[in-house]
Ligand binder design. Sequence first.
Ligand SMILES: NC(=O)C1=CN([C@@H]2O[C@H](COP(=O)(O)OP(=O)(O)OC[C@H]3O[C@@H](n4cnc5c(N)ncnc54)[C@H](O)[C@@H]3O)[C@@H](O)[C@H]2O)C=CC1
Ligand SMILES: O=C(O)CCC(=O)C(=O)O
Length: 445
Amino acid sequence: MKEIDQFMDGLRKRNPHEVEFHQAVEEVVESVMPWYLDHKEYHREQILERTTEPDRIIIFRVCWETDSGDVRANRAWRVQFNHALGPYKGGLRFHPSVTQSVLKFLGFEQIFKNSLTGLPMGGAKGGSNFNPKGKSSREVMRFCQSMMVELSRHIGEDVDVPAGDIGVGAREISYLFGQYMRLENRWSGVLTGKGQTFGGSAVRTEATGYGCVYFCEHMLNQHGEGIAGKTVAISGSGNVATYAAEKAIEKGAKVLTLSDSDGFIEVKGGLSMEQLQFVKDLKENRRGRISEVADTFAGVTYHADATPWGVACDIAMPCATQNEMDDHDAKTLVNNGVIAVCEGANMPLTNHAAGVLAKNNVLHAPGKASNAGGVAVSGLEQSQNAMRISWDRDEVDTRLQKIMTSIHSRCVEHGEHNGRVNYVTGANIAGFKKVADAMLAYGVV
Ligand SMILES: NC(=O)C1=CN([C@@H]2O[C@H](COP(=O)(O)OP(=O)(O)OC[C@H]3O[C@@H](n4cnc5c(N)ncnc54)[C@H](O)[C@@H]3O)[C@@H](O)[C@H]2O)C=CC1
Ligand SMILES: O=C(O)CCC(=O)C(=O)O
């Protein structure tokens, strides 16, 4: 379509070399453009141009000392993308692959994901190229404290509320939060994903993985299928992957794989809760490699330097990182009879891989819909903090399930055609429309 090509040419010129950002925008623009051109009021007010330009990007140096007294300098960013719907909200990522392009793609996705939750949250993302792997907890603490000195000037409970992402879990959020309190001399719900004894919400840890399975179940039910008895290949072994596995097992599915950046484990009989508990301890506390699971349990095979997508399964849940599934992987899954791909990670598929799924009628839930459970419970954590109350586990889980049901309904509303739902189109239009309407109401700002 000529309008898409023209728009993308301009975006690439304005943001040279930011390939991940180009990819995320292209996916949204391809879904939204026909609808956008039919709605002249958005077009006239240049809403697409404005939503693809971040409100601001803060870039700063983070200096810290290793345990042996050596000085290190990392780069950190906060991309405050769009706050039309509420205070900026989105995670922080610590990984050597973090660049401005990666954080712009994540911040851009976050705008529409947060819109889909129905909660008042704008979109942002941040992080650093700091690599926590192999660092002691004291080194991680010093890094977090130093990062917060600058970050604290740009965030606040009504301004911007960061949370975790890859490499940022309960330990890092606690160090960041402790330092923020020290600097500001007051308690506030400035971060989410906090420990439950100091303002964190029940179910936040589990929320992204659980939400992904809730969404997957709706998607299957909508098309006459169920989740019980299905085989599931999951990638990753971090926060999202382990809690997606937990909920899938609870619902009677058989989880065949988990992975990390070195390789994957295959459990032909299906991962047991005991094995999953071992993985959680391995990754959350001992910070070891997934191969250890195969060294410990009979019936578990380790495949080095490989991804799980060659394993025949009914459902694939990529829960590790961006572009972890390419068109070759997607073709292999299709040839092996996959019926659904449900994204736990952000943008885990290349746009070509998504094209292969669409061509072969595979149900495909995009992350901005299926992994929105995490930020949704973060939004509930903000509400609890503001009201100075805390809901119990059942209350939060019930609210999470309602939000995932509502996101699914909105995808159906905007993506259904002849009884089949295109979830990518549905999620993009539903998420975009709400942001666009708010921006129209504000005038030219
Ligand atoms: N934590 C959350 O609440 C949310 C996370 N996400 C997304 O889910 C994905 C996973 O995040 P978390 O589980 O929070 O992070 P995590 O740090 O707990 O786990 C990341 C996992 O991905 C694996 N991984 C990282 N890079 C990899 C690579 N290059 N190849 C293969 N595996 C790799 C790691 O080994 C680890 O198992 C990310 O895309 C993140 O943006 C999305 C929504 C919310
Ligand atoms: O909980 C949050 O605020 C952010 C979660 C996140 O980073 C994401 O949805 O990708």
